[in-house]
Design a protein around this ligand. Structure first.
Ligand SMILES: O=P(O)(O)OC[C@H]1O[C@H](O)[C@H](O)[C@@H](O)[C@@H]1O
Length: 264
């Protein structure tokens, strides 16, 4: 986990560095000369420096990180830390984790890190969410169904699924909807609305029905804890009332029939 977060920081850092290198690095640190010098340095020579190599390793929560094989010296690292501070890297990472719309070109949150959230989420009343109702039709139904069926014979998946239930709502038959939720408790149920477009009439109707089911039992605030969406249409998902932090977004160039290959 620590390594994943470190990687996250690294990638944010790389983006900031790439975008603002000239403006931030040179102004804040005034060190273009160092860039020139390090560019002329061969990694082989740096690797002879035992002290440097030792200093460029770190360990956290059992994960060992060795970044000595980067063309960088202790001085480079000092400057990079200054750059990170000048570019407000920590603040930017916090914004990303908080779900702020840091993707300014598309005006959307960047929340793939939410996919790494620890398992065992609880609902609005603190009870574990053990039931999942997957709402979606067409590719948005068959993809999840395919994965569910395939994993049924996987011993590890079967073990994790013990005591849990997964139901699919793939049509607008009110009897089917009623039957699917009849023995489920909203307190322990998570509703996943799967819709690439988030406009499909059947899916939207079922999503509204289940939203009402949750709200009438647990109140409007419970939606944030009991409903998530898998979609390309972040605007409509938010309008529907699902917390942006609970959107598993994917790109519209993934066809519905390939739905099993992304978050579905
Ligand atoms: O994922 P959605 O946008 O809700 O679309 C769900 C389904 O809608 C229609 O039935 C289309 O013919 C399918 O190709 C699509 O998979």
């Amino acid at each position: 986990m620590a390594l994943l977060y470190a990687r996250e920081a690294q990638s944010v850092f790389a983006r900031i560095a790439a975008a603002d290198y000239g403006a931030v690095f040179c102004h804040a640190c005034g060190e273009q000369a160092h860039v020139g010098a390090i560019q002329k340095t061969h990694l082989r020579d740096l690797m002879h420096d035992v002290e440097r190599c030792k200093a460029m390793t770190t360990e956290y929560e059992g994960i060992f990180l060795d970044y000595s094989r980067q063309r960088a010296t202790g001085e480079t690292m000092e400057k990079l830390f200054q750059l990170a501070e000048a570019a407000k890297l920590k603040e930017r990472i916090e914004k990303m984790f908080r779900g702020d719309k840091i993707n300014s070109t598309e005006n959307r949150s960047v929340l793939h890190v939410a996919l790494r959230a620890p398992r065992g989420d609880v609902g609005a009343t603190g009870k574990a969410l053990t039931n999942v109702v997957s709402v979606g039709i067409g590719g948005s139904f068959l993809g999840p169904l395919f994965v569910h069926t395939a994993l049924q014979t996987d011993p590890e998946a079967a073990k994790s699924a013990k005591g849990r239930q997964l139901r699919f709502l793939a049509n607008v038959d009110p009897v089917d909807v009623a039957r699917s939720i009849k023995d489920l408790d909203p307190e322990t149920t998570l509703v996943v609305v799967v819709s690439k477009t988030f406009t499909t009439a059947e899916t939207m109707l079922n999503a509204r029905t289940l939203k009402e089911w949750i709200v009438s039992s647990l109140g409007p605030d419970a939606v944030a804890k009991h409903m998530v969406a898998v979609s390309t249409n972040l605007e409509l998902v938010e309008k529907f009332g699902i917390d942006p932090k609970n959107i598993f977004a994917f790109s519209d160039w993934v066809g519905g029939r390939y739905s099993g290959e992304n978050f579905f």
